[in-house]
Ligand binder design. Structure first.
Ligand code: ADP
Ligand code: TRP
Length: 322
């Protein structure tokens, strides 16, 4: 299997990103040949600030390394360090029907809101197709929201192959486990856009305060409660051990406890769960040049592979051998 996925550098990762995506990507590095990249060209469609984009790019690499991405097992690089992908993107763009892109969510939603979209947002799925096809990837781990883009990639690759011969490998989406849907501090889906996040690399003291502020229901304390439907319990079960969870579930069912106790237990469990990653994150932050070295050797690998694929595609459609 050749696994590939891209992560947009748009800010600090929250628990939803971690449990819903990052930890699942990283787990694949042990069994498969995996390529992971920081999608800074895609982020350019939303982050229009020079300092911020370059900071987020390096930060995202540090985040992934701190969370266990091992550069000896997986290739980690920055999207814009592989110019072959942008070249391949043009080649694919020429065969992509407008109608296919007009149906894509990100563009359609923006248009529906009456906002003006730029050509970058419109062509976003074609660049994503180039990302995938450039490394002969066959497996693309993504959240539910990205499945449409993988289907578009298959359409584009299929019609290129139909016209010019078997050049591209058709990839499959590996949809991440959506049972890991993480609620935010207000009970809605945790998301940057809702301002309800708990960040993975938050300082423990600040996070404790955020947890203490989570809104809870106001049923009397002595009433037994169902743990499954409770936000605090759902968050607790992500960071606590199985034993702690079983104990906490029994406490809920018995009743006679205060939510303050649960919040304290949640803050303690979170602190312990993320302690190692937070220490690692500080360590990577203290040696940014080592991170840049990892990214640069990752890009060298990625360029080597993508140059072969690009060459194959160029030959097939008449850009070589004139
Ligand atoms: P946000 O909604 O904060 O902008 P993104 O859309 O950047 O988050 O999320 C990137 C990936 O992280 C998604 O594709 C999805 O797989 C995962 N993810 C984000 N929020 C959650 C959540 N609350 N629960 C589970 N997974 C999530
Ligand atoms: N569009 C993806 C997202 O927003 C990021 C991405 C860019 C990607 N290129 C990719 C994901 C290629 C998988 C494969 O999450």
């Amino acid at each position: 299997m050749q696994v590939l996925s891209g992560i947009q550098p748009t800010g600090r990762p929250h628990w939803g990103n971690y449990f819903g995506a990052i930890t699942q990507y990283i787990a694949l590095q042990d069994a498969e040949q995996a390529f992971y990249f920081i999608a800074n060209l895609h982020a350019l469609t939303t982050v229009r600030d020079k300092e911020l984009l370059s900071q987020y790019t390096l930060d995202s690499a540090m985040d992934l390394l701190a969370l266990g991405l091992d550069p000896d097992k997986a290739v980690l690089f920055v999207q814009s360090d592989v110019p072959e992908v942008s070249e391949l993107c043009w080649l694919l763009m020429t065969g992509t029907p407008m109608g296919l892109l007009e149906r894509c969510h990100a563009y359609k939603d923006k248009k529906a809101k009456g906002l003006s979209a730029d050509a970058g947002l419109f062509a976003y799925p074609v660049l994503q197709a180039a990302d995938i096809l450039a490394y002969d990837s066959d497996t693309v781990p993504v959240g539910e929201d990205q499945v449409q883009h993988i289907e578009v990639c298959r359409d584009i690759a299929g019609s290129f192959n139909h016209k010019f011969g078997e050049v591209f490998v058709l990839p499959k989406a590996k949809v991440l486990d959506s049972s890991a849907r993480v609620p935010g501090t207000d009970g809605e889906k945790m998301s940057k856009s809702y301002g309800n996040t708990l960040d993975v690399f938050e300082n423990a003291k600040t996070q404790r305060k955020q947890i203490m502020r989570i809104a809870t229901d106001s049923r009397p304390m002595d009433e037994p409660k169902d743990p499954e439907g409770d936000v605090l319990f759902q968050l607790f079960s992500l960071v606590a051990t199985d034993e702690q969870c079983a104990e906490m579930a029994a406490t809920y069912r018995q009743g006679g406890f205060g939510y303050g106790e649960v919040k304290k237990a949640l803050a303690n469990a979170a602190e312990e769960f993320f302690a190692e990653a937070r220490a690692q994150r500080d360590d990577w932050a203290s040696r940014p040049d080592d991170v840049r070295d990892i990214l640069s050797s990752g890009a060298a690998w990625a360029r080597k592979k993508s140059a072969e694929v690009l060459h194959r595609a160029q030959e097939a459609c008449g850009l070589k051998g004139y």
